[in-house]
Design a protein around this ligand. Sequence first.
Ligand code: CA
Length: 372
Amino acid sequence: MAKVKRKDFFKGVAVGTLSLPFMIKALRPGIAQHNTGPNINLNKTFKWKMATTWPPNFPVLGEGCVMLAALVKEMSGGRLDIQVYGGGELVPALEVFDTVRSGAVELGHGAAYYWAGKLPAAQFFASVPFGMNAQQTNAWLINGGGLELWQELYATYGLIPIPAGNTAVQMGGWFNKQVNEINDLKGLKMRIPGIGGKVLAKAGGSPVLLAGGEIYTGLERGIIDAAEWIGPYHDYKMGFHQIAKYYYTPGWHEMGTELELLINQKAYESLPSDLQAILQTATYRVNHWVLSEFEAKNSEYLAKIKASSGVEIRKFSSDILEQLRVYTEESIEELVDTDAFAKRTYESFQAFRKKIGAWSDISEKVYYADFI
Ligand code: CA
């Protein structure tokens, strides 16, 4: 009996038996329902603009946007020419979503949790505290149903999202006093955005909203007691190691923040199908490059932080993390109770996390515990 099943299985996955539309859908998720562009005209060129939420040429994130434009230009023989703008150059960073939606620009790059004010479910497509790591997030989005939900949510705004980079695991932040028990967070003024900030508030702390450029001065002058930013590469470049004593791990609030390319749907549909495919394929290439660059640069700059005197890398205790996890669950339950789509998304997210967690438990976690 088992033999027959095995034979059927192999018969089912033989490439020759898969239909072409199925393979295209599998390789370019999301493209099938939008692949309605006009016929290919090699003489027609498209000049597009991309508004981004990052400072111009911001390390890794801004660089990824520039790489995307260069790849698309090369792959299309110059027929799709994208001009990239940093946050504030065309529109302020937090207006990118509405600007792409309006059609004033065709593309945007950012992180979905920036739009949580209008779309509570969007946070799950970027990062929620105690969420999945980068590879698990990509697995959920690209191969586990997450992207379909993301597309459905954004379709109501005339937008198409594509995963376009991941920061990988972030760090827990910079502190000037030790955090040995959950009560040490009481009264702590910390730069930590989003749900992470709500969790800190439940622990008695005060989340403070500061833009990237204001964090160093805030921490140096004692306006805030602690701050999270990204990870060793970006944090080192900000100089936090010169003004804070303790660098805490893990970044429980951002285990693998996914970034997004926003495409105006009407603009996308005006492209011939080969340019649509090029845009999708180049974006997935950048999705992979950004994550790989983060991992490579973080390891390089962790060594620099370790080499600089006066910084101690410390771990949050299991007790602290467990309490933060409980507060996270409360915060997310409060959020999804007010929004039906967020509830649906959370259910998909949780079901996938449970399944892939069981796999990680008996594979990578076992190996990491002893060898990495
Ligand atoms: Ca962060």
